[in-house]
Design a protein around this ligand. Structure first.
Ligand code: AMP
Length: 399
């Protein structure tokens, strides 16, 4: 258990807060989804109540150490100010003279947002001098950017070494949910994994095989497993160099008595397009010339009782090319099943950017237990890795 913002006295203190304001911005500078800003409000509001002087910092996009106007955080300062209905000062930079002056003159409950940390290449290099310059503006550090804690950067790892550091409410919530699921899951524990590639999720599958009772596999990665079982998959996306490994994983699942649920039928298309010719296979084989784009009805009927009887569910990766309405059904159905299981008392975590979009597309986001705000970070937690931005924070018991 990490020390949190509630375990320390932040009143009237200058507090440096790492947030994840890496929001999507369109060509005209409009924020198209402000979820990440909204997720930080509990921490920001608490700090305002406590009359802290708040210095927020974040990255946006990948400017790679150069000042690139389209990645400026100015639209974020504006949006945050509209949401909070108080002014949010926008800094000209991160650690320059002018920014430091504004930071030094903040009064109680005032908010300053530093400019994009990644405009300075020292951020991603975890440069100790940059980290110490950031830290020197404040008396305390709060980490609330779950989306970047898997990176050892100056603002996520370096700065925490220079100041009394704690986690904010969002990070605390993410850690609590992942701990609950990975350390003490109520059984049965079902993992639902999908998405494009097995290779991206091998470490997750390996780690979860030691923890779950059943694994439901969908998306393109299922075809590599089917291929390993000598099933024809037509033109479906497979990773030839992972077929052997897929076979080994299935063996391991068998020896550990983990239920391993691959699709038993598919939605197939003659091309990947909204105006493709589409049909269902009604069997596990995919004919030549056709591509698997979603799980079929027989598969949904087979996995439904598995998901509905779960007490713990971890879902990462869509069941098909959910971005296209024609191929959305399987993913949408799984979202409904997860929501129904949650209603019956299961703890459900949705991780990974695409899975979160799919659940939102189903309008079921408020019917699952936890929607993780970090795709990469959640995958690394599921792989069993220690994340540097969390590891650097002190435990509750320590002083
Ligand atoms: P990931 O980032 O690994 O979770 O993968 C998400 C992507 O996998 C989405 O963009 C989906 O369109 C894609 N995907 C899921 N199923 C399939 C499929 N059957 N064929 C091709 N791509 C797929």
């Amino acid at each position: 258990m990490k020390k949190t913002i509630k375990d320390v006295d932040v009143s009237n203190k200058k507090v440096l807060v790492r947030v994840d304001f890496n929001v999507p911005v369109d060509d005209r500078g409009n924020i198209t989804d402000d979820t990440r800003i909204l997720e930080t409000l509990p921490t920001i509001n608490y700090l305002r109540q406590m009359k802290a002087k708040i210095i927020l910092m974040s990255h946006l996009g990948r400017p790679k150490g150069a000042v690139v106007e389209k990645y400026s955080l100015k639209p974020v300062a504006k949006r945050l100010s509209e949401i909070l209905k108080v002014p949010v000062k926008m800094a000209p930079g991160c650690v320059d003279e002018e920014t430091r002056k504004i930071a030094a003159s903040l009064s109680a409950s005032e908010i300053l947002l530093l400019e994009n940390l990644r405009f300075d290449k020292r951020e991603e290099n975890n440069d100790p001098e940059f980290a110490s310059q950031l830290a020197s503006m404040a008396e305390m550090f709060v980490q609330d950017a779950f989306g970047t804690v898997h990176r050892a950067h100056a603002s996520t790892e370096g700065a925490a070494k220079h100041l009394p550091s704690v986690c904010g409410f969002l990070l605390e919530k993410e850690i609590l949910y992942f701990n609950k699921v990975l350390e003490k899951p109520e059984r049965t524990f079902v993992a639902i994994l999908g998405g494009a590639k097995v290779s991206d999720k091998i470490a997750v599958i390996q780690n979860l095989l030691d923890k779950v009772d059943a694994m439901v596999i969908g998306g393109a990665m299922a075809y590599t497993f089917l291929k390993a079982g000598n099933i024809s998959v037509g033109n479906s996306l497979i990773e030839k160099d992972r077929i052997d490994m897929a076979g080994e994983i299935m063996q391991k699942a068998k020896s550990k008595k983990v239920g391993f649920f691959l699709p038993i039928d598919h939605v197939i298309a003659d091309k990947i397009s909204e105006n493709a010719q589409v049909k269902e296979t009604r069997g596990v084989e995919i004919p030549d010339g056709w591509t698997g784009v979603d799980i079929g009805d027989m598969t949904i009927n087979r996995i439904a009782p598995v998901i509905l009887s779960a007490r713990t569910i971890m879902w990462n990766g869509p069941m098909g090319i959910f971005e296209m309405d024609k191929f959305f059904k399987g993913t949408g159905k799984v979202a409904e099943l997860v929501a129904e299981a949650t209603q019956k008392g299961a703890v459900s975590i949705i991780g990974g950017g695409d899975t979160v979009s799919a659940v939102k597309k189903s309008k079921l986001a408020d019917r699952v237990s936890h929607i993780s705000t970090g795709g990469g970070a959640s995958l690394e937690l599921l792989e069993g890795k220690i994340l540097p931005g969390i590891a650097v924070l002190p435990e509750k018991a320590s002083r």
